[in-house]
Write a protein that binds this ligand. Structure first.
Ligand SMILES: NC(=O)c1ccc[n+]([C@@H]2O[C@H](COP(=O)([O-])OP(=O)(O)OC[C@H]3O[C@@H](n4cnc5c(N)ncnc54)[C@H](O)[C@@H]3O)[C@@H](O)[C@H]2O)c1
Length: 311
């Protein structure tokens, strides 16, 4: 079965590719390597270095004839979407429409798309479920949710099935640890280098961290089931940023104190999400505990730092 994945050289996308290859899918990737890495790309996948906004993606669809499209390519930085909303919308909205049009022209059966917790704003109740009201605080939030509208429209106009996976904070091997990376990647890199990480605010803000291989499994289940619509992908567990740092410290047998600094404008105080719906309809639940996931992630950064300086 042919699956085309945009953003397959990226953090989450590359883990999905690995899982699909392992399950004997025929996988092709479109990625412009603006944030993804060549070394993330599974050698059994066919790789097209291309921007999703390029009309040449039609040739890729014609050649690969995907039955399923996983549309992961995106501008993923919330701050960048505020500084340059035109670029954000150009990739996340116009680029997506280019992908949807190609999917329509070449009779794709189903599209799987990752939305984000960034569409909820400051939660009005917890845990956040799929019915939670939306309140976008950045261009990124707007573009991620706008695509959900387009998916619904392409379903009603052209009968292309879709699943939107609203992922909480995804973490794991290969995540970027630079300024735009996730907090776990940044903490791991800092502590491995015996540096003090910054914590914005008092560190008691709650987050929901889901391991990337669990997320990849949700994509696979979305492909292999008849399920449609919107699903949260998360752990429904509450971890404060302070607890997170002390867990990483304790795995590394270190005791590095953070540097507390002002909260960032637009940062949400507490957020965790319910996975009841995806559990009921697809049978998905997170399998990796935070400690196991952190160990695997640290192991990756440790090996990575030995092959290449991570400072
Ligand atoms: N990381 C998270 O916690 C999280 C949470 C919710 C949703 N998401 C969504 O999951 C998806 C993947 O995120 P990620 O964390 O793996 O990010 P990532 O940056 O590692 O992956 C995105 C990939 O898309 C590629 N890309 C970007 N612009 C492109 C373009 N114009 N044309 C072709 N390729 C392009 C990048 O090179 C990169 O490989 C994104 O859609 C993101 O919005 C991520």
């Amino acid at each position: 079965m042919n699956v085309l994945i945009t953003g397959g050289a990226g953090f989450i996308g590359s883990h999905i590719v690995d899982l699909l290859v392992e399950k004997h899918y025929k996988v092709s990737i479109i990625d412009n390597l603006s944030h993804g890495k060549k070394e993330n790309i599974n050698s059994k996948a066919v790789f097209y270095e291309m921007d999703i906004r390029n009309e040449k993606i039609l040739e890729v669809f014609e050649k690969e004839k995907p039955k399923f499209v996983i549309h992961n390519a995106a501008q993923i930085s919330v701050p960048n979407s505020i500084v340059d909303p035109v670029n954000d919308a150009s990739i996340n909205i116009m680029g997506t429409i280019n992908v949807l049009e190609a999917a329509r022209k070449f009779n794709v059966k189903k599209i799987i798309y990752p939305a984000s917790a960034a569409i909820f704003g400051e939660p009005s109740y917890l845990p956040i479920d799929e019915e939670h009201p939306l309140e976008m605080l950045s261009g990124y939030g707007v573009t991620k949710h706008t695509v959900e509208h387009y998916l619904k429209v392409y379903k009603s106009l052209y009968n292309i099935d879709y699943v939107s996976l609203r992922c909480s904070n995804v973490y794991g091997p290969r995540q970027d640890y630079s300024g735009e990376g996730g907090v776990i990647a940044i903490f791991c890199e800092k502590l491995l280098n015996n540096e003090r990480p910054f914590i914005y605010g008092d560190g008691y803000q709650i987050r929901d961290f889901v391991f990337v291989k669990d997320v990849a499994r949700a994509y696979l289940m979305a492909i292999e089931s008849e399920a449609q619509g919107i699903f949260n992908v998360c752990t429904n567990s509450k971890v404060t940023v302070n607890e997170l740092l002390s867990s990483i410290n304790s795995i590394l047998h270190k005791d590095i104190a953070p540097i507390y600094t002002d909260s960032r404008e637009g940062d949400i105080r507490d957020s965790y999400m319910s996975y009841d719906k995806i559990n009921r309809l697809l049978g998905w639940k997170p399998e990796k505990s935070l400690i196991e996931g952190l160990k695997e992630t640290l192991d990756y950064y440790n090996k990575y730092s030995k092959s290449e300086s991570i400072v």
